[in-house]
Design a protein around this ligand. Structure first.
Ligand SMILES: Nc1ncnc2c1ncn2[C@@H]1O[C@H](COP(=O)(O)OP(=O)(O)O)[C@@H](O)[C@H]1O
Ligand SMILES: O=C(O)C1=C[C@@H](OP(=O)(O)O)[C@@H](O)[C@H](O)C1
Ligand SMILES: [Mg+2]
Length: 174
């Protein structure tokens, strides 16, 4: 398979972490849309949102998605990539979309341990657990709509990689 693989899911589900390991396992390139924007603009997500609002960030992440999409690449998207119908359709048409799914409490524990506030400015102004519950309620259907495969992402990264490979019927590169 030479189609790009897109990882979607909420903040903290492991798109970036699992994406790096998956790309390594498949001997593919890896790109993260948030890191792409950081490198290209020299601005964090928080900087972009402060200057251009969330609408500005969303427009930029759609452009980033288009720019990074290429054969044989693993793409870690930002948690809100699925909000735009056009992004969901683009990913489904261009490649294989994997939803890394984990319960709210696991996401909250991971984000509290490693908040990365510059890349994850608050979406609701609420405490982290409340925010995640609210965001998941609003987006769960969108992650599912976008996805070809739903993978339990509550296990260790290597186990999640193995589950993705099994869903794709792909073997680790030697
Ligand atoms: N499967 C996992 N098991 C335990 N911790 C994880 C797992 N995946 C990610 N993490 C940790 O959770 C935090 C967020 O992971 P990250 O890959 O940045 O998520 P995302 O890109 O989906 O927001 C990081 O500190 C990372 O080390
Ligand atoms: O859920 C979201 O709306 C966002 C998730 C973040 O990416 P991660 O999911 O990689 O944390 C980042 O794109 C931005 O802060 C917005
Ligand atoms: Mg990420």
């Amino acid at each position: 398979m030479t189609q790009p693989i897109f990882l979607v899911g909420a903040r903290g589900c492991g798109k970036t972490t699992v994406g790096v390991a998956l790309a390594q396992a498949l001997d593919r390139g890896f790109v993260d849309t948030d890191n792409y924007l950081l490198t290209r603009t020299n601005m964090s997500v928080a900087d972009i949102v402060a200057q251009e609002g969330w609408d500005g960030f969303r427009a930029r992440e759609t452009q980033a998605l288009k720019s990074v999409t290429a054969p044989d690449v693993v793409v870690a998207t930002g948690g809100g990539m699925v909000l735009a119908e056009g992004n969901r359709q683009f990913m489904r048409e261009q490649g294989v979309v994997i939803y890394l799914r984990a319960p709210a409490q696991i996401l909250a524990d991971r984000l509290e341990a490693f908040p990365e506030e510059g890349q994850r400015p608050t979406l609701t102004g609420k405490p982290i657990t409340d925010e995640i519950v609210e965001v998941l309620a609003a987006r769960e259907a969108l992650y599912r709509q976008a996805a070809h495969h739903v993978i339990d992402a509550s296990h260790a990264p290597d186990a999640v990689v193995d589950a993705v490979l099994a869903a794709l019927h792909m073997a680790r590169a030697s």
